[in-house]
Design a binder for this molecule. Structure first.
Ligand code: FMN
Length: 205
């Protein structure tokens, strides 16, 4: 049993994103005590933008990668896809940045959503090539973006749903902590609320 934990907050382990995604990881660990946790801190590992060789390879339908010869972002893509393929469950901790995912998470997506490798193209559209597995999505925001009190659009959760579904990951489980910019009191009450929500969710698992 392997759990891949992706962290996309620039505040890393000091962040509410870390706190929330760790709540999920620790509940998974209680259910699967033997689980191996692989942490991919997207800031610490400084995943950059894809390079020209990568874009050329993806744009060449006849491109065949020489085994073990990939370089630059193509090699990083191989590594990140292998990490994802090896995971039985995935936890993605992400803040909302300008209504969508932080650029480091977008960079990760550009490395793993890869034509002819993680999705294929058919006359009916794109078809995911990875087998499905639970993806726990932990989203943290300064303002509110769900329900009647939302005061901003949400391009994060619909975007991630489509990007992950493209490669075959449809089993998305969303947990949100929002409105945290209002101060420490809201952070405390959101932590309490979400801990109870996760206890309920995982007691049914
Ligand atoms: C560059 C940047 C852009 C942000 N954009 C938004 C936004 O569009 N909507 C929002 O609600 N919060 C936004 N925030 C606030 C974060 O989502 C918020 O601080 C969240 O609580 C993340 O906290 P953490 O770093 O403790 O995980 C932004 C923060 C940064 C640094």
């Amino acid at each position: 049993m392997k759990i891949l934990h992706l962290l996309a907050s620039p505040r890393q382990e000091a962040s509410n994103t870390w706190w929330l995604s760790q709540q999920i990881v620790s509940r998974l660990r209680s259910l699967h005590p033997q689980a191996q946790i692989v942490l991919r801190d997207l800031h610490a590992s400084a995943i950059g933008h894809v390079d020209a060789a990568y874009a050329d390879a993806l744009g060449s339908p006849g491109f065949v990668e020489d085994a073990g010869a990939a370089q630059g972002t193509l090699a990083l893509s191989d590594l990140l896809i292998a990490e994802l393929e090896a995971a039985d469950q995935v936890v993605i901790g992400t803040p909302m940045h300008n209504y969508t995912v932080p650029s480091v998470l977008k960079a990760w997506i550009d490395h793993v959503v890869r034509v002819r490798r993680t999705f294929g193209i058919t006359p009916d559209g794109k078809v995911g090539l990875l087998h499905d597995r639970p993806v726990h999505l932990a989203v943290v925001s300064g303002g509110r973006f769900t329900g009647a009190s939302a005061r901003q659009p949400d391009f994060l959760t619909p975007y991630l749903k489509v990007a992950l579904a493209t490669i075959g990951l449809h089993d998305l489980r969303l947990t949100v902590m929002e409105g945290l910019a209002a101060g420490a009191q809201v952070v405390r009450s959101e932590r309490e609320r979400v801990a109870m929500e996760l206890d309920r969710q995982f007691s049914r698992a």
